[in-house]
Design a protein around this ligand. Structure first.
Ligand code: GLC
Length: 490
C-alpha cells in the first residue's frame, strides 16, 4: 500500500508532544511491513535540522491557490532516521512557519489550513496517488474536507482518509474567514451543523469536527478514550458528532518503538539490563542520584517525566512530590509547561526544596536525563485528568519502573492494579487509582511504597510482570492496516 501521513509534528525533527512520536513510530512500522510511506510536514524554521539527512528542494514552484491569489511554495525532501519526509515552505509575508515555536499564534488556524491545502496541492502536482492519506489532530482536520469537497474532482479521485485524534482539547475552532482563504467559500453550506459548524460556539467553524465528518475512518489513541470521548465531557463538545459517526470511529492503542526504548542497549543510560539482569538497573539509580545530587539512602525513587499542564494533573503531581517525601521516598521531576505560571510554581517549589537531599526538580526537557530517569527510578506517577493514550507509562514498563496512574484513557488500557484488577495476578503491572483527588493518589502511592519497603521480592516480581508486556508498534500497526484495508475497499 502507498500511504501518506500528513501531520504538524514528527519526531525527532519537529516534536512538541506524543503526536510526533506516534507519526514517526507508525510510519516506521508500516514501512517495515512492506508498505510505501511518505510524511508531509511544514518546513518550520525552528525544526531540528540536524535530524534530517540529504535535505534538498524536491519541487520548486508549487503555487497554492489562497484567498484571491496564490502563495508560492518550495517543497523540500529529506530523510528523518530512514523515513522519507517532505517539508512545505511557503514564501509569503505571512511567514506561516518562520517563527520561533510551533504553536501558540493568533493565526494558528490559518497557518495549518494553509498547510493542509498545500499538502494536497503538492500530491497533485507531484503526481502522487496514495491509497491512504492518514492525518492527525486539528491541524490537519481540513484535509478530508478539502479532499472531498474540492480535490476529488481533480486528480485525487479516490484516496481514502484515516483521521487520528490525539487530543480532543485542541480542535481548531475559528472564524468563517477560513472559507474564503481556502477557497472552499459557501459559508451557508460549511457553517452548517452537519458539517463544520462548532457544536458549542454558534458562529465558529471547527476543523476537528470537519475531520470527523469527512474522513472514512476516525481513530483516537486508545479504546478507553474512544469511549470517554463519546460518552463523557472528554470529547470537549464533539461527543454528539462522534455519536452520529460511531460506525467509523474506534480506538487504537499507541505503541512505542521497542528498539529505540530498550534498556539492554540504550546508549543514553550507563548500566544496561534485561529481565534476567535486573539487578543492573540499580547502577542507573546510583547514576541518577549522583547526577542530581540526591543522597544514597535505602529509599525508592518516584519520578514524574513529561509536560506540566493541566491535562497531566499538576496539582496531583505537586501533591505526589510532598507525599512521597513524607512517606520516606525520594522524588525527581523532569518537565516543563507552556504556561509560565505553572513553570513558576514548580520553580518556586524547587527553590523551597533546594536543601532537601531527597528530591530534585528539573524544569525543562532533556532526552538523556529523561532516559536516566526511566531507567533509574523505581516508580513513576501519572495522575492525568485525561490521557488519550500516554507514552510514559509504556516506556516505564519497558524500563522496569512501576507506573502509578489514574484510571483514564490509555492509562486504564495499559496499567493493571496489583491489588485490585480483573486481570490475572501474574498479569498485573502497576498501581491504579480512580478519583483525581489527594486521597486517590495517596492510596495508590502508599501501597506502592509499602510494597517496596515491606515486600521487596514481591515488588521485584511486579517489575518483571511489567517488563513482560509488549506494547510495541507491532500490534497497533496491524490494527491501522486493518482500518486502511477496510476503508480502501469501500
Ligand atoms: C497526545 C495525548 C497523549 C498521547 C499522545 C500521542 O499528546 O495527550 O495521551 O499519548 O498524544 O497519541
Amino acid at each position: 500500500m502507498y500511504i501518506v501521513q500528513i501531520a504538524s509534528e514528527c519526531a525527532p525533527v519537529s516534536k512538541v508532544g506524543g503526536l510526533a512520536d506516534v507519526v514517526y513510530g507508525i510510519s516506521r512500522e508500516l514501512e517495515m511491513r512492506g508498505n510505501v510511506l511518505e510524511i508531509i510536514l511544514p518546513k518550520y524554521d525552528c525544526m531540528r535540522y540536524d535530524h534530517i539527512w540529504g535535505l534538498h528542494i524536491e519541487y520548486q514552484d508549487l503555487w497554492v491557490p489562497w484567498g484571491n491569489g496564490a502563495i508560492h511554495c518550495s517543497v523540500w525532501s529529506g530523510s528523518v532516521h530512514g523515513r522519507k519526509c517532505f517539508f512545505i515552505e511557503p514564501h509569503s509575508n505571512d511567514n506561516f512557519f518562520n517563527r520561533d515555536r510551533y504553536y501558540g499564534f493568533p493565526d494558528d488556524a490559518m497557518r495549518f489550513a494553509f498547510f493542509s491545502k498545500a499538502a494536497l496541492e503538492f500530491l497533485i502536482k507531484a503526481d502522487k496517488h496514495p491509497d491512504i492519506i492518514h492525518c492527525h489532530d486539528w491541524q490537519t482536520g481540513l484535509i478530508p474536507v478539502l479532499l472531498y469537497e474540492m480535490y476529488k474532482f481533480q486528480e485525487l479521485s479516490h484516496p481514502r482518509v484515516c483521521y487520528t485524534i490525539h487530543n480532543f482539547r485542541f480542535q481548531g475552532i475559528t472564524g468563517t474567514d477560513i472559507l474564503s482563504a481556502t477557497q472552499l467559500n459557501k459559508p451557508e453550506y460549511y457553517h452548517h451543523h452537519e458539517r463544520l459548524k462548532d457544536n458549542t460556539h454558534p458562529t465558529a467553524l471547527n476543523f476537528m469536527k470537519g475531520g470527523i465528518v469527512y474522513s472514512n475512518f476516525v481513530t483516537t489513541v486508545s479504546p478507553k478514550h474512544a469511549f470517554e470521548a463519546r460518552h463523557t465531557d472528554q470529547g470537549y463538545g464533539l461527543g454528539d458528532t462522534l455519536h452520529i459517526h460511531q460506525d467509523k470511529f474506534g480506538g487504537i492503542l499507541n505503541g512505542i518503538d521497542y528498539e529505540q526504548w530498550n534498556p539492554e542497549i540504550d546508549p543514553l543510560i550507563p548500566s544496561h539490563y534485561t529481565m534476567a539482569t535486573l539487578d543492573n538497573k540499580y547502577g542507573n539509580k546510583e547514576a541518577l542520584r549522583d547526577r542530581l545530587m540526591i543522597r544514597k539512602e535505602f529509599k525508592p525513587i518516584i519520578a514524574y517525566v513529561g509536560r506540566l499542564d493541566s491535562q497531566k494533573g499538576v496539582h496531583l503531581i505537586r501533591h505526589a512530590l510532598f507525599y512521597a517525601l513524607d512517606k520516606g521516598a525520594q522524588f525527581v521531576l523532569l518537565g516543563s509547561s507552556p504556561e509560565t505560571s505553572i513553570n513558576n510554581d514548580f520553580l518556586q517549589i524547587k527553590q523551597e526544596l533546594n536543601e532537601n537531599q531527597d528530591c530534585h526538580l528539573e524544569i525543562g526537557f532533556n532526552e538523556e536525563l529523561a532516559r536516566l530517569l526511566y531507567a533509574g527510578a523505581d516508580m513513576i506517577v501519572m495522575p492525568s485528568m485525561y490521557e488519550p493514550c500516554g507514552l510514559a507509562q509504556i516506556i516505564a514498563l519497558r524500563y522496569g519502573t512501576v507506573p502509578i496512574v489514574r484510571a483514564v484513557g490509555g492509562l486504564a488500557d495499559t496499567i493493571f492494579d496489583r491489588d485490585f484488577s480483573d486481570k490475572a495476578i501474574t498479569a498485573r503491572n502497576g498501581y491504579v487509582f480512580q478519583e483525581a483527588d489527594y486521597k486517590g493518589i495517596e492510596s495508590a502511592m502508599q501501597r506502592a511504597i509499602g510494597l517496596w519497603y515491606d515486600y521487596p521480592e514481591q515488588f521485584h516480581k511486579l517489575v518483571l510482570q511489567g517488563m513482560q508486556y509488549n506494547y510495541s508498534w507491532q500490534h497497533s500497526g496491524q490494527h491501522y492496516l486493518n482500518v486502511y484495508e477496510k476503508i480502501r475497499k469501500k
